[in-house]
Design a protein around this ligand. Structure first.
Ligand code: 3PY
Ligand code: MG
Length: 247
């Protein structure tokens, strides 16, 4: 068992991924085949069921990719089933306070670092006999910073033991601040989240909706970047095709 995403990011590398929301295993396979370093299987906004989150993980594994799971909320009982399926990386939305961050980290880790419950599950069979012994060293927990409250608490959230990365949900952050992404205050907030994440020795991560913003974020120092979604890229391709109508 090896978490290639964690290994790459904690040793100073970068990773580019996208998010699968359509909920189709075929879309997950197509996305993986294009070479993203990870694909986020979205249990917050995606059309996945618990069963299809498991199928999606199998599809990503079969394609030699890396799957990150997003639970619907930062709630311990939503985290455990994803780990029992075999996911090793978690992107947890709406982590607004250090208390929520430690609750998430505690739910995800086995004792003595956390309180995850033991069981014979797909994960413990699929990942081999030493799964329970090695799990805490392979788990990668990413807290999403995507509200004004979360941005205000960034130092304490980033400093939480067991949180390995802070990921800016750039769309929700702008929405929570009530500003457009071109707003100067928004730009300063992103800078301060990045700085606090680096100060805590954690991996800075972000979502980008365009190639321009993705390049800017990577130049700024973000090392994990989720680019658009399968739905958005399908919609963009369709819109491009329909330009034929106005030729
Ligand atoms: C956001 O931008 O709010 C996200 O959640 C990206 O995944
Ligand atoms: Mg969001």
């Amino acid at each position: 068992m090896k978490n290639a995403l964690r290994e790459c990011l904690v040793s100073g590398g970068s990773a580019i991924g996208t998010v699968c929301v359509i909920g189709s295993i075929e879309s997950v396979e197509i996305t993986c085949a294009s070479g993203f370093d990870y694909v986020l299987i979205d249990g917050q906004h995606g059309s996945f069921t618990q069963a299809s989150m498991r199928e999606a993980l199998r599809a990503v594994d079969a394609a030699g990719g890396h799957a990150v799971a997003r639970p619907a909320a930062p709630i311990p009982h939503l985290i455990e089933p994803l780990l029992d399926m075999g996911y090793l990386s978690l992107l947890v939305p709406m982590v607004d306070t250090p208390e929520q961050a430690s609750q998430v980290a505690r739910a995800a880790h086995y004792p003595p670092l956390g309180a995850r419950s033991q069981a014979t599950t797909r994960a413990s069979i699929h990942h081999g006999a030493d799964y329970r012994k090695r799990f805490n060293d392979e788990l990668f927990v990413i807290a999403m910073i995507e509200t004004e409250a979360s941005a205000a608490n960034i130092a304490a959230i980033a400093g939480t033991p067991g949180v390995h990365s802070c990921f800016i949900g750039s769309t929700d952050l702008a929405s929570s601040m009530g500003v457009d992404p071109s707003d100067a205050r928004y730009g300063r907030t992103i800078e301060s989240i990045l700085a606090a994440t680096l100060d805590a020795g954690k991996v800075p991560a972000i979502a980008a909706g365009s190639l321009d913003s993705a390049r800017r974020f990577l130049d700024q120092g973000f090392r994990m970047l989720t680019y658009r979604s399968d739905a958005r890229m399908l919609a963009d391709g369709c819109r491009e095709a329909m330009m034929l109508k106005s030729r």
